[in-house]
Structures are given as C-alpha cells and as structure tokens.
Design a protein around this ligand. Structure first.
Ligand code: SF4
Length: 255
C-alpha cells in the first residue's frame, strides 16, 4: 500500500515546530517542487548519513527475523552489537513476544518493524524505527548511530512519532503508558547509550505550527525566523536563506 509522503517530517521537527520561517519554507518547497528550495532543504547526504541509513536497514532486517538472524548484525562493531542486543532484550522482545506489534500496528501485509505513517489531521508523517503496543504500553524506539548524544527527554522527533502512533491505536484500546527510547551505540563521552523518557506530547503545538505555515504561504507572508538550539545543522542557514544568518553575516561585514 502506497503511503503518501508527508511534508512535515519528525526528523526535522525541532526546526519546523520551533521556527515559523523554517516551517514556511518546508511548505513552500512542497508547493513549488521545481524550485531551488528543494535542493537547499535536502542537500546531498554525506557518507556518514549513508552509513547511518545502511545501519538502520540492517537492524530493521534483523528485527524482521525477531532477533534470530544474528548474521544481519555482522555489519556492526562488537560494541554496537552488544548495545543493540541489550536494547532488544530490554524493550523490544516483550512487545514481539506479546505479538501485539504485528497484529495491531503493522501496515497490512508488510512484516516490518518500521512503520511509515501520515497523520490524518495534518501533513505530518515519517518512519518510526520500532513501534510496539502491548498491555496498554506504547513503545517508540529510535536507533541513532551518530556520536553526538541525543536525549529522548522532550524530544520533538519522538513526540511526533507518538502523535502518529497514537492515531494508529485501534478504537477501544487504551494507551496507559508511554516509553520513548533512544538507542545510541556510539554516543560519546561516557554517555548512557540506552536512554528512556516518558510522555512528551505537545500535539496541538505541532498542528498549530503546520497550519500557521500553510496560512502564511497562502497569504504570501513569510513569518519571522526564531533562533535556538534547533538551528544546529539547519540547511537554510547553510544555504544562506535564513534571514537571521544573513543579518549576522552583514553585521560581521560592517563591524
Ligand atoms: S537557522 Fe534560521 S531558518 Fe534555520 S531554524 Fe534557525 S532561525 Fe530558523
């Protein structure tokens, strides 16, 4: 079953949820697909990103075997394997054993632990690494293979996945608890490699950000940019489109 591509992806939710200008540009790029903006927002993936994608695929294949086909993990270093297997035993195995994940949340006929979903209410959508729902507990687990430590606490990406997953829970079933987990085998500086958080779910804020971007685009009025920690790795800054980075550059030149 084809799943339509969403405009607002969880992977960059920290930006579009916190910077109205970024949300506007995302929507503009979708509406003007032949503009340069598409390339500016989606620069070519580097080697590290390609390796990360291959690692995600390897873990997904391993999960399809329900953790039995260890050959799927031969791609990883021994330390990475230990971390992945520990996370599997601690979080994923109980969900797979309960067999709830496949029955309730997989797309029909797609036996994959990954689930692409698009919100019924707004243009929000993406692919979750692992989603489980058993005994009222919703588990969302994200593998990260980079070294820069990422926390699951108040994490916008996981929170967007939560919104998508919650829409998938069948009527009549109650979600009584939530676990948001990041597994990061290569986290540096002695950081915890398996990190867990509870509920963070500002769904209305996301819906408001998306609707505001659409409204601004229709009115032809780009909203202001909003600076913060979310600016790290922003492609609009690198492309010289962010008005704040333009002003900063001008200020430097005239100083
Ligand atoms: S760099 Fe600019 S456009 Fe990007 S998130 Fe920050 S303020 Fe917004």
């Amino acid at each position: 079953m084809a799943v339509r591509q969403a405009i607002f992806r969880p992977s960059c939710a920290d930006k579009w949820a916190n910077c109205p200008f970024y949300a506007y540009k995302l929507y503009q790029a979708a509406k003007e697909p032949h503009s340069r903006l598409q390339t500016d927002l989606n620069p070519a993936a580097g080697k590290a990103a390609e390796i990360g994608t291959a690692k995600h695929e390897a873990v997904a294949q391993w999960l399809i075997s329900r953790g039995r086909d260890s050959g799927r993990l031969s791609f990883f270093t021994p330390a990475e394997r230990r971390c992945i297997q520990l996370a599997f035993e601690r979080y994923i195995a109980p969900h797979i054993t309960a067999n709830q994940f496949y029955v309730e949340l997989s797309l029909p006929r797609v036996k994959t632990p990954q689930r692409r979903a698009v919100s019924r209410y707004v243009d929000l959508g993406g692919t979750m690494d692992f989603i489980g729902f058993a005994g009222g507990e919703l588990l969302l687990l994200d593998w990260k293979f980079g070294k820069v430590s990422v926390s699951p606490v108040m994490n916008e990406q996981l929170s967007c996945y939560l919104e998508l997953a919650a829409e998938s829970i069948p009527a009549g079933r109650t979600m009584s608890s939530v676990k948001l987990v990041i597994v990061q085998p290569n986290a540096g500086n002695g950081e915890e490699r398996i990190k867990e958080s509870g509920l963070y779910w500002p769904a209305e804020r996301y819906k408001h950000a998306i609707r505001a971007a659409k409204k601004a685009y229709k009115a032809g009025e780009p909203p202001a940019a909003c600076e913060g920690a979310h600016c790290a790795f922003c492609p609009l800054k690198n492309a010289g489109i962010c008005p704040l980075s333009i002003f900063a550059g001008l200020a430097e030149m005239t100083a």
